[in-house]
Each structure stands twice: as C-alpha cells, then as structure tokens.
Design a protein around this ligand. Structure first.
Ligand SMILES: [Fe+2]
Ligand SMILES: [Fe+2]
Length: 268
C-alpha cells in the first residue's frame, strides 16, 4: 500500500467491457487514506457516476476525456450531493453540453439550494423507476447505510454491477490498485471506521432489519461491487459480513468522536 500525503488521481481501471472506474485517494491525517471514486458506463449513451473531488478537477477531466469524448457524455448519475461526489459537476456539465443529471426530487432540490447543476438539464427518477440506458437497466438500490437521504445506488442487471454510493467505503492505510492488496484486518477496521463516521446511526440499528437489508443485497449476487469509497470489490458477502458483525449489537467503539469530526472536516 502506498501512503497518501496529498489528493491523487490514479489511472482509470477497466471493470467490465462497459464499466470503468476513475479512482482517486484523499489523505485523512492520522487515519490513512479514503478512496474517492467515480465510474463510467460506456455505450450508446455514456453515463458518468459521480464527478470526483474538486481538488483533483484537472486530473479527473483528463482521465474522463481519455475514456470518452465529453460531447458524447449523455448522463451524470449522482449518488448524492455531497462535496466528494459533485466536486466537478459544474465543470463537467460545461464541458459536456449533451449531458443531463440523473437524480431524484430531493437531490434536485438540494442542488438548487447549493446553486449547483442546471435545473434545465435534469432527469428526475421516480422512486423505484428503472433507468434504461444503452442496453443496461439500472435498478435503483437504497444502500444499507448512507449520509444523505437522496442517496441512489443501483444494480446493473446486464453486467451484475452493484453501485452502493457511500456504503461499504473504507479508510485504508494507503492507496492500492486492487482490493486484493488490502489485508483482511485493514479492510475490516477501515470499513467499520468509515461506516461509523458516514452513518453513526448504524450503532442503534435493529439487528434484524440490518440483516434483512444485507441479505437482500447479497441475493442480487453482484459480480462487481462499486462503492464511492472502496477499490472495486468482487465479493459482496465479505463486505456484508463485516457490517453484519460490527453493528446491530449496540454501540460500536470503533471510532472516537474526534475521528468523526476529523473526517467530516476534510470532506466539507
Ligand atoms: Fe456522502
Ligand atoms: Fe462520499
């Protein structure tokens, strides 16, 4: 693992013939590094999923432009409107004149209040609506935990790709190219640390309902698990097992209030 001392964008990574990851890493002093990922679905109507960090804007635009002509970009699926997901939204919208933002009513409202995006370039999804794009059917998935109520993950039936937004993210000791390089213990500790910060209410969640949500995700049997904050994973059950083991049993002591404040400060 490579220690991360400043935000860094890595090279694009091929996931399937259609899906590509655009990974970057953000240092979290004293705690390691947090992956910040965007993803690209190529095809007749290319879809960018999230837009990365503003601090890495040039690198993000370069990586994206190397994959597709931005004039061809048709959709930008926003998982939610946090700064680490919409950091380059306005810049990419200005460079990609044919792209519209895919979000829901609440996401659109929050963007409006922040003065982000363009109200004339929105495709609002109804609850439960399947987004059909270039031969892919993206089924909306509410991740088992999240930090913004507009959060929309999805499951792509065709490529068996699950996108979980902030869920299953992990603070890791340093950057890696693949999740296989992360020792099991680092993954467990990092996933519990991140989830405790991202969704502190997990500590109070009913064990039964958490278990049902995780089982429903496992039943999708994704071949690829995409999180905004984890290298691309291929075994969802490894991740759901960590979450199942860490929560639903009362308060977790994994993260101190100081840790939470520190992480929130760097993402603000
Ligand atoms: Fe978030
Ligand atoms: Fe995030």
């Amino acid at each position: 693992m490579t220690p991360i001392t400043e935000p860094v964008h890595l090279d694009a990574r091929h996931i399937t013939d259609a899906w590509t990851a655009l990974p970057s890493w953000l240092p979290v002093p004293g705690l390691g590094a947090l992956p910040i990922n965007a993803f690209l679905l190529k095809g007749r109507e290319p879809v960018l999923v999230d837009t990365g960090l503003a601090a890495l804007s040039d690198a993000m635009v370069d990586r994206l432009s190397a994959e597709i002509d931005l004039v061809d970009l048709r959709w930008i699926w926003l998982s939610h409107t946090d700064a680490d997901h919409i950091g380059n939204l306005d810049r990419i919208l200005s460079l990609a004149p044919n792209a519209s933002v895919v979000t829901n009513f609440l996401g659109a409202g929050k963007m409006g209040m922040m003065g982000k995006g363009n109200p004339e370039r929105l495709r609002l999804l109804e609850p439960g609506e399947v987004f059909e794009v270039g031969g892919h059917r993206l089924h909306q998935v509410k991740p088992p935990y999240y930090d913004a109520p507009e959060t929309m993950g999805f499951f792509d039936e065709a490529d068996r790709v699950l996108f979980a937004a902030d869920a299953f993210g992990a603070l890791l000791p340093g950057s890696v190219d693949t999740i296989e390089e992360v020792p099991e213990e680092s993954l467990r500790e990092g996933l519990v640390a991140w989830s405790s910060v991202d969704a502190p209410w997990l500590a109070q969640i009913d064990r039964g309902s958490l278990g049902r949500m995780l089982r429903a995700l496992d039943a999708l049997e994704p071949a690829h698990v995409l999180s905004g904050h984890l290298p691309v994973a291929h075994r969802l059950d490894t991740l759901t097992e960590i979450v199942r083991g860490a929560y639903g049993r009362g308060t977790t002591a994994a993260v101190t209030p100081e840790t939470a404040v520190q992480v929130e400060a760097i993402l603000a």
